[in-house]
Design a protein around this ligand. Sequence first.
Ligand code: ATP
Ligand code: MG
Length: 332
Amino acid sequence: MAAQEELELDTLEGVGPVTKQKLEESGIYTIMDLAARGVGEVAEAINGDSAKATELINKARAKLSELGILSKDFVSAKELFKKRQSIERITTGAKSLDDLLGGGVETGAVTEFYGEFGSGKSQVCHTLSVTVQLPKDQGGLEAGAIYVDTEGTFRPERIAEISEARGLDPAKILDNIIVAKAYNSAHQELIIREVGRQIESSKVKLVIVDSAVAHYRAEFLGRGTLAERQQRLNRFMHQILRIAEVYGIAMVVTNQVQSSPDFFFGDPTRATGGHVVAHTSTYRIYLRKAAKSRIARMVDSPYHPEREVVFVIDNKGVDDPSEDMPKRRGGS
Ligand code: ATP
Ligand code: MG
């Protein structure tokens, strides 16, 4: 991590006291904050000058590349490979699901779990908030979590149960999970804008948004509002991807599926955000219920083969199926 002084806004050329104050009034305090924002937001902060906003963001990103926090614009594949080897992973609690993800949920990326109600999305999120705190040799990152709860389904009791079942001290585990309730999409966006500072001040390596899409879906009903919904959702998804990159944290989002009557082939469900979510999530995992267990499928990954694994939900949260259950299913 770079020294705090190196990340001060006024170390950037073009940021005088007035600009600095304006940025701070919009919650942008450091170069990391600046690099994590979109042009529209930064322009809004500095009186609508989008050319200057773009310039400032580019300078911020260049500075972060210099400091080794972000990759440069042009890098050799070897360098990229090295950078990817520095990616850390958080165990999901089940070996099968970890395997599917190539070792667990990645830092610096957005991982989306989508599926029907009751498919286990929130259970995965609860479990990850515990496992991120485990020592590194047990699949954790020895760090805390931020849980953005948009549906009012976060349950501290469940965290306590999962912790106890895993032989951990529930009080300590609960202490390292920061919960933010989002009441509507605008509030959700506001919380995400503040998340950078929380990550910096507490030791956080995992940010969860459960669910990323629910508020947008509830607020923008009908065909006439679809374009606006997709635009807002698009902005939100890009924002969280930048946060994952800039702060090097794992971003996990959930997404409901809706049945669509005009879909006759394959699985009669699709993720709500449509193409917007699909194109910004780095990894997408489709969850579904099957008898006593759950099935997870990796969809559209840049490098994982598309296949399915089985896991269960029990008092430990996400867990491996018992020996007598099949561990793997064929491809899709
Ligand atoms: P929604 O779209 O409604 O938010 P979801 O995908 O988030 O749904 P979850 O809340 O993760 O769904 O899953 C709920 C299911 O998890 C329950 O129906 C139950 O089967 C299982 N579950 C929850 N707690 C336990 C527990 N302590 N032990 C075993 N299974 C549990
Ligand atoms: Mg849920």
